[in-house]
Design a protein around this ligand. Structure first.
Ligand SMILES: [Zn+2]
Ligand SMILES: [Zn+2]
Length: 221
C-alpha cells in the first residue's frame, strides 16, 4: 500500500472525531487494516460504535464481551463484519466475533460478566442506498474494491461516518443474553511427538501412545 493511501486514510479518520475521544485514530486504524474504502465497513463501524454507546461500554481490550454479527459469507457487503470488529475490539483472534450467517446487517454485543446485551441494525433504506450506489455497480462487474475509482465511494463513506445514529441505525432496548458454557482457556503448551511443532496442550490428542497435534492424529476434532 502506498504512502499516499495512508495519508488519505488519516484524513478520512478525522471525520470520526465527533464519535468521541480517539475515534479518529480508531477509524484510521480500521481503514489501514481493512485495506480499502467501501460501503459496508463504515456501516459496521457505526453499528459497533452505537452498540458500545448503548451499553456504556468501552472498546474491548480483553475478552469481556462478544459480537454476534448477522452478516455471512457468499453475499455482498460482508465487509460489515470488519467494521464491527475494528470499532468494538471484539476480534476474530480473541475469539469474540461470531458470524450468524443470516445475511442481515445487524449485530448483538453482549457483556460476559452480566449478560447485558443490545442489538443494533442498519435501517433498510441505508442498506438499499449502498446497493444502489455506483461503488456497488463496479463491484457487480467484478472490479475489486480497491480498484473502484475513489470518486464513487469517498463521499458515501464519509456520509456514513458523519451522519447521526437515528438517521440510519435502529437500536434495541438492553436485554439479557444467556451465554452457552465455554471451556476454560489453556495456558499450557507441548511439542507434538510426531511433527515436533508446538501445540496448545488442550488441542493435543493421544495416538498410539504418543501425544500428537490434530493434523498428526488425523482425528481433526
Ligand atoms: Zn470493504
Ligand atoms: Zn504434529
Amino acid at each position: 500500500m502506498e504512502k499516499k493511501e495512508f495519508e488519505l486514510f488519516h484524513e478520512i479518520g478525522t471525520h470520526a472525531a465527533h464519535l468521541g475521544e480517539g475515534w479518529d485514530k480508531v477509524l484510521e486504524a480500521a481503514l489501514i487494516i481493512h485495506g480499502h474504502l467501501c460501503g459496508a465497513m463504515p456501516l459496521g463501524f457505526r453499528t459497533g460504535h452505537l452498540a458500545l454507546k448503548a451499553l456504556s461500554a468501552e472498546r474491548e481490550p480483553n475478552m469481556a464481551k462478544i459480537a454476534l454479527v448477522e452478516t455471512g459469507s457468499a453475499h455482498a457487503a460482508g465487509c460489515f463484519v470488519d467494521g464491527i470488529q475494528l470499532a468494538t475490539g471484539c476480534t476474530f483472534g480473541k475469539g469474540l466475533v461470531q458470524k450468524l450467517e443470516y445475511g442481515k446487517w445487524a449485530v448483538t454485543i453482549a457483556i460476559k460478566k452480566d449478560g447485558r446485551a443490545v442489538r443494533v441494525s442498519v435501517k433498510p433504506e441505508a442498506v438499499q442506498a449502498m446497493f444502489d450506489g455506483k461503488f456497488m455497480d463496479h463491484r457487480r462487474k467484478g472490479i475489486p474494491p480497491a480498484e473502484v475509482p475513489k470518486e464513487f465511494i469517498l463521499e458515501p463513506f464519509i456520509k456514513t461516518i458523519t451522519r447521526s445514529d437515528e438517521e440510519f441505525l435502529e437500536v434495541s432496548d438492553i436485554f439479557t443474553y444467556t451465554f452457552p458454557p465455554a471451556p476454560k482457556p489453556s495456558f499450557n503448551i507441548a511439542v507434538c511427538e510426531v511433527c515436533g511443532e508446538m501445540v496448545a496442550e488442550n488441542k493435543l490428542r493421544v495416538k498410539d501412545g504418543k501425544k500428537v497435534c490434530l493434523p498428526c492424529s488425523e482425528y481433526m476434532a
